[in-house]
Design a protein around this ligand. Structure first.
Ligand code: ADP
Ligand code: MG
Length: 255
């Protein structure tokens, strides 16, 4: 059994009077590409934010790389932060920085690389996400949707993380751009040996990437298994999600 990269134990989340998660458990081991699926508003983004320590759960414990997310002191939290990269739902590049400076941001923050090293690392990441050296000088507003995602991916990979978290990475992309982003993510994931947690609504993305699917419904992880096993379950959310006509097409295409 591979080492647990993330373990979520008995998590509960309440916003005001509303419980979003209750008794939520999930363990993700090294090398998995886990697709987290669930209805809109079921708490997927919230769970992702909790996994990386941006939001404190109301109850429960989250460990990353077998260490608690909080309470280890600033040094240790900083060390932990280097081990994962995140691509948020809306790509969220710094709009006042060009592509180069966006990718350089996490490298500069560490204050341990000289400018030449930063330059080399940024250019390497740019190449990794299949962008050209001349793209380094573009501003985010000059980029297509697909390029924004690639730059955001390059930035997420800047510190060579072991874990990559992606929130709806292909939402809003046209099918061609979405396919090519998925192909790139899969290739990099395999090449770099990443563990990936991916929130997605998109069955094409899920079918192409996920080694396992975690279904968030009824406030907890209702099922966590391979796509095939999940599809055999009889549950309204799963029926709607996988067995719609569109879903069937995506899955037939992937197999
Ligand atoms: N910081 C917050 N304060 C209050 N309510 C929130 C907050 N963040 C999310 N919510 C609510 O929690 C629910 C789950 O949100 P979210 O995790 O974004 O869902 P999903 O990503 O699955 O669509 C939604 O009803 C949302 O409005
Ligand atoms: Mg969300």
């Amino acid at each position: 059994m591979n080492a647990p990269i993330i373990s979520v134990r008995d998590l509960a989340t309440r916003f005001g009077e509303t419980w979003i998660h209750r008794n939520l458990n999930l363990e993700i081991v090294a090398g998995e590409m886990v697709a987290l699926v669930g209805g809109s508003g079921s708490g997927k983004t919230t769970l992702l934010r909790q996994m990386i320590g941006l939001l404190l759960p109301t109850q429960g414990e989250i460990r990353m790389f077998d260490e608690p997310l909080f309470g280890g002191g600033v040094q240790r939290e900083r060390a932990l932060r280097r081990r994962f990269g995140v691509l948020f739902q809306h790509g969220a590049l710094f709009s006042a920085f060009n592509v180069f400076d966006n990718i350089a941001f996490p490298l500069r923050e560490l204050k341990c690389f000289d400018p030449e090293t930063i330059h080399d690392l940024v250019m390497l990441k740019l190449e990794m996400v299949e962008l050209l050296p001349r793209h380094a000088l573009l501003m985010p507003a000059e980029l297509s949707g697909g390029m924004v995602k690639r730059v955001a991916l390059a930035r997420a990979l800047a510190l060579e993380p072991e874990l990559l978290l992606l929130d709806e990475p292909t939402a809003g992309l046209d099918p061609d751009r979405s396919d090519s982003f998925v192909r790139l993510t899969r290739m990099l994931g395999e090449e770099l040996g990443l563990t990936v947690v991916l929130v997605t609504h998109d069955l094409d993305t899920l079918a192409a990437l996920a080694t396992r699917v975690a279904v968030l419904a009824e406030q907890h992880i209702l099922a966590y298994d391979t796509i095939d096993a999940i599809m055999r379950l009889d549950h309204p959310f799963i029926r709607n999600f996988f067995h719609s006509e569109r879903g069937q097409r995506a899955l037939a295409h992937a197999h």
